[in-house]
Design a protein around this ligand. Structure first.
Ligand SMILES: [Zn+2]
Length: 137
């Protein structure tokens, strides 16, 4: 697999999703694109609401869209913003990603070409994992 080419298409998908961001309140527009284990791309954008607490992040929306299509294995997520520096996912999205892909690679891009990347392990050490035996003491 030509890794650099697939990263480019993932970045381009995130930038296209950024165009669909609905962020009239914060004006912090975000697009995200997930690559699934079987090579499919699933996108998301942030979606705000006049009741602010109902806002959904681009990364979480991409994961939800993928899960709704029966896709739960993810290899990489690209994030695109209009900020001056690459933006990592928020804490809540890190936990959402951890549910399905603890080893996912995360890349973030700005419109003007800056990029950064991390592993989820770096961004979310000691992630919460429900120990289902705890409730049965
Ligand atoms: Zn988030």
């Amino acid at each position: 697999m030509d890794h650099s080419k697939s990263s480019t298409s993932l970045r381009e998908a995130a930038l296209r999703a950024l165009d669909n961001a609905y962020a009239p309140y914060s004006n912090f527009r975000v697009g995200a694109a997930l690559r699934t284990s079987d090579g499919r791309l699933v996108t998301g954008c942030n979606m705000e609401n006049s009741a602010y607490g109902l806002a959904i992040c681009a990364e979480t929306l991409a994961v939800a869209s993928a899960v709704s299509q029966g896709l739960t294995g993810f290899e990489e997520i690209a994030i695109a913003t209009e900020d001056s520096e690459p933006t990592p996912p928020c804490g809540a999205c890190r936990q959402v990603l951890n549910e399905f892909a603890p080893r996912i690679r995360i890349s973030s891009y700005t419109r003007d070409g800056k990029e950064a990347s991390w592993t989820l392990d770096e961004l979310l050490p000691h992630a919460f994992v429900l120990n289902q035996s705890r409730g049965r003491m």
